[in-house]
Ligand binder design. Structure first.
Ligand code: CU
Length: 140
C-alpha cells in the first residue's frame, strides 16, 4: 500500500505541469472560417502534448519550421490523429498539405518564447496563407 502511494505521488508530481491539448482539423469553424484548425495559435508550456484530431477527413499537419535544435519537420498521415510532445521552447509553424493555400496554417508557441519569430516569418507559404501568417505573427 505504501509503495502504491509513493507511485501515485511521484506520478502526479512529475505530470503536474504537463497538459494534453486537443486541436481539431476542421472543414468549418464556429467563427465561419473554412479549412482551418480549431486554434490558429496554441500557447502551451514546455512538456505539453498537442493531439490533432481529424474531425473531418482530408486534413493533416506538416511542420515546416520550429526553434533551433528541433528535429526534422514532421508530417502526419492524411486524416489521422497525431500527437506531439513539445520539449523545446519557441514558435512552431505547421500547415495542412491540401489546404495550405486556403490559409490552413497555425502556430504553436511553447514556453512563451517568440525569439525565432523572424525565422518563422521567412517560411514560404502560398496564396491565402501569405496574408494570414503575418497576421498570426502580429498577435504574438
Ligand atoms: Cu486541411
Amino acid at each position: 500500500m505504501k509503495y502504491i502511494l509513493y507511485f501515485l505521488v511521484s506520478f502526479f508530481t512529475l505530470n503536474a505541469f504537463a497538459a494534453d491539448i486537443t486541436v481539431e482539423m476542421l472543414n468549418k469553424r464556429s467563427d465561419g472560417q473554412i479549412m482551418v484548425y480549431s486554434e490558429d495559435i496554441s500557447r502551451i508550456k514546455v512538456g505539453d502534448t498537442i493531439t490533432w484530431v481529424p474531425t473531418t477527413k482530408g486534413h493533416n499537419i506538416h511542420f515546416l519550421a520550429g526553434p533551433e535544435g528541433w528535429e526534422v519537420p514532421k508530417k502526419s498521415k492524411m486524416s489521422k490523429e497525431y500527437s506531439y510532445k513539445f520539449e523545446i521552447p519557441g514558435i512552431y509553424f505547421y500547415q495542412c498539405t491540401p489546404h495550405k493555400g486556403m490559409g490552413m496554417i497555425a502556430l504553436v508557441v511553447v514556453g512563451g518564447d517568440i525569439s525565432n519569430k523572424d525565422v518563422i516569418a521567412k517560411v514560404k507559404v502560398v496564396a491565402k496563407s501569405k496574408k494570414k501568417l503575418p497576421e498570426l505573427l502580429d498577435q504574438l
